[in-house]
Design a protein around this ligand. Sequence first.
Ligand code: FHN
Length: 421
Amino acid sequence: MSTPDPLTDPAPAGSTDPHAWFDHARFGLFVHFGAYAIPARHEWVMSREKIAPEEYEKYVELFDPDRFDARLIARTAREAGMRYAVLTTKHHEGFCLWDSALTDYSAATSCGRDLVAEFVDALREEGLRVGFYHSLIDWHHPDFTIDSLHPLRDAPDREERNAGRDMARYRTYLHGQVRELLTGYGTIDYLFFDFTYPGEDGKGPEDWDSEGLLAMVRELQPGILVNDRLGLPGDLRTPEQHQPVAPMVDEDGNEVRWESCQTTNGSWGYHRDNHDTKSADLLLRMVVDSVGKNGNLLLNIGPDGRGGLRRTDTALLAEIGEWMDLHGDSVHGAGPARGMTAPQGTILTRRGDRVYVHLTAWPMQSLHLTDLPRPVRFARLLHDGSEIRHHRVERAEADLHAHMSVNGLAPGTVTFTLPIR
Ligand code: FHN
């Protein structure tokens, strides 16, 4: 198969913003994978069940993801309409998915693989932008001081243990590993640090030397997008498992870049017994809701203890992909329909001279659009381009969902998205 052209369409003509690809992409895949997929009950299992590092290491020794297929993940993401993907290089457990020179606590030691390299290569083969998640927290590292989240937080000898720990050494390790990731795998487009929790028994930006870390990141990868979890302002806001009620703004009221990270089932890491999977319709509404508020959606999957994808996740992403294949124009490169009021039960997005009206409820006998920027000139279903007469939303025969499009702008169209069946 020939390598597809990069799908992250070029920035709008004349744009000098190195992050314009992100605004165009609108939809990405989050992948939470680590040794925690083996206990398979929460990526925080080490902390939640207070499993001491030396006991937790048994999962790392057993880590052998024979079914982890980065190319399959990348292809699945592309076919779902995603334009970038973010992999956990290291989560709070401290286990590294790449071949780090700074530790043997890695996949390179456990199974002889550099999963980060496999992931990066696969994304580029599929024309997707590359993102790394990197945990600031490390419950395995011997110098990471025991705090309110640490699995040893209630150890009777907590203070004695902490006396021998040195956060300065941990900072050197943290910065050194970020340097490895930003120098060993070519251009990295997005860095998702996680997370800062200042307070009496927490850790703030000074614990990471966030200023120094961010300066190093900018020096090594000048065009990289960095999130807001270092305890410093980032290039974007990252609301988690909720959708902002409006475009996000800074203290001066200026809109800021943002991305909502969401899960398919409420769990980030693989959780075998959690079957609370969201519907494609709900997730698609989150996608267009994000776009309509000038944001992105980063949708997470958690590969299982062998690195395989949940069948429910692959089925969900395939269903989303069918919708995106027909209606991607209302997402990729689209944004808010400013100045318009969304009729009840609809979500509005706009791309250039086209305004899209996504119906979140169906059937509707008719839909009255007001305050369109210009008189409506033409209405049509987006998925098959068929004309809709009298600008009324009539029952569509599409088995997935149809777009009723009305030409609100010369020569634009307005589309109506029906909910997935
Ligand atoms: O503690 C992590 C959690 O496990 C997960 O990685 C999410 C994803 O954004 N971030 C932290 C919780 O905010």
